[in-house]
Design a protein around this ligand. Structure first.
Ligand SMILES: Nc1ncnc2c1ncn2[C@@H]1O[C@H](COP(=O)(O)OP(=O)(O)OP(=O)(O)O)[C@@H](O)[C@H]1O
Ligand SMILES: [Mg+2]
Length: 377
């Protein structure tokens, strides 16, 4: 490892920017990725995820800004001298070499000692030691993916970059590999930066997620934070579904603002004192009084509407309810064997605990990107 910058610490992106001609692919982002954490860059196609990774890896020169590991600025360090390894979506294993040699490649090139031991330990980590003498062409997609991972991990980089590494796998294998990846990251304690446009993948694996849109980081937080307290309409709808209501603050009650909207009056925790704002609530936080059989609690938010669609999905029933204002919102209700179901055409009262509402800025004129490949869950 003599020529390499062998150091530890947080990965820091400082005002990191990439322009291609007059197009801004990455717009001066600032991020600190704690050492040893599992970090996800989540966003739709074209938002700048790969470009960001490539600048960290040294495969793309930033237009401006810096990449640091610990206190060391590696912005101008050659790719192979960075304490960074990358696993791409296409695994690019060497087809003529067996699995053992594929994993040993980086160690041999550096003249590292103890190659046998390091390779076999890493193959055990990905649970493929028994296939060490096979060629890549004799492995399944998921197995090849694990070898690609082993080949990167064996070098013990401070930072491992993963660019949609599970993109080529079918759904079941993908879920399996997500669990594997998370286990491996916990075991080896390296910093993982995982790029994906799959919100479920990011939520289930990462300690921290940066949600990207149009070259900027819209919000940074734990999966729970981002889901329960999205700060923008974009985040509220990219991670799961949200019903949002625009209104004006007409009074306050402690930490809650009272919002007057076209659909009714609602309470939402907010520090904002007056003016226009919006409120969001997740479909699964809403209840239908007619099916739960409960009376609406005194300080719950509530609204009346008509069921226009009811889809039974097994885990839940997903209702579409048209409100008096004419707009339609989603309500997910858990399926309990003896529960009553609402039918299309039923008049219903929806209610939810005001603490489940989250504050948002007034609805923007939509600038968010859309991505057809990101379907609703
Ligand atoms: N070499 C290049 N020259 C010009 N434009 C580029 C170049 N590389 C990327 N871009 C543009 O920069 C933007 C960001 O690209 P990037 O590959 O980072 O997106 P991404 O978030 O990884 O998307 P995906 O999920 O589709 O992989 C895109 O609009 C892309 O067309
Ligand atoms: Mg990409």
């Amino acid at each position: 490892m003599s020529a390499e910058v062998d150091l530890n610490g947080d990965l820091v992106l400082r005002d990191l920017r990439k322009e291609f001609g007059d197009f801004v692919a990455v717009d001066s982002i600032n991020l600190t990725i704690p050492q040893g954490s599992f970090f996800a860059l989540l966003g739709p196609s074209g938002c700048g995820k790969t470009t960001t990774l490539r600048m960290i890896a040294g495969l793309e020169t930033p237009t401006s800004g810096h990449v640091l590991v610990g206190s060391q600025d590696i912005t101008h360090t050659k790719p192979h001298q960075r304490p960074v390894n990358t696993v791409f979506q296409s695994y690019a294993l060497f087809p003529h070499m067996d699995i053992f040699e594929n994993v040993a490649f980086g160690l041999r090139r550096r003249g590292a000692g103890n190659v046998d031991k390091q390779v076999m330990e890493t193959l055990e980590l990905v649970q493929l030691a028994h296939l060490a003498r096979r060629k890549p062409g004799q492995l399944s997609g998921g197995q090849q993916q694990r070898i690609a991972l082993a080949r990167a991990i064996v070098n013990r980089p401070a930072v491992l970059l993963l660019d949609e590494p599970l993109g080529a796998l079918d759904l079941k294998l993908r879920r399996q590999m997500q669990i594997e990846l998370k286990r491996i990251q916990t075991e080896v304690g390296l910093t993982f930066v995982h790029v994906t446009h799959d919100q479920e993948e990011a939520m289930s694996m990462a300690d921290t997620i940066a949600v990207m849109n149009l070259g900027v980081v819209e919000q940074l937080g734990s999966p729970l934070d981002l889901y329960e307290r999205p700060a923008t309409h974009y985040v509220a709808n990219f991670l799961g579904q949200s019903n949002t209501f625009d209104g004006t603050i007409t009074s306050r009650d402690g930490e809650f603002a009272r919002l007057t909207c076209a659909e009714g009056e609602f309470s939402v925790a907010s520090a904002q004192q007056s003016g226009a704002m919006a409120m969001g609530v997740r479909p699964e936080k809403m209840e239908i009084a007619e099916t739960t059989g409960h009376t609406v609690p005194a300080n719950a938010n509530q609204v009346r509407g008509t069921v226009t669609d009811a889809a039974f999905t097994g885990v839940s029933t997903q209702y579409v309810v048209r409100l008096r204002s004419g707009r339609e919102i989603s309500v997910f209700e858990q399926n309990l064997l003896f529960g009553k179901r609402a039918l299309v055409g039923d008049e219903v009262t929806l209610y939810w605990d005001a603490r489940h509402s989250f504050a948002l800025p007034p609805s923007p004129v939509s600038t968010a990107q859309t991505d057809d490949s990101v379907g609703g869950a």
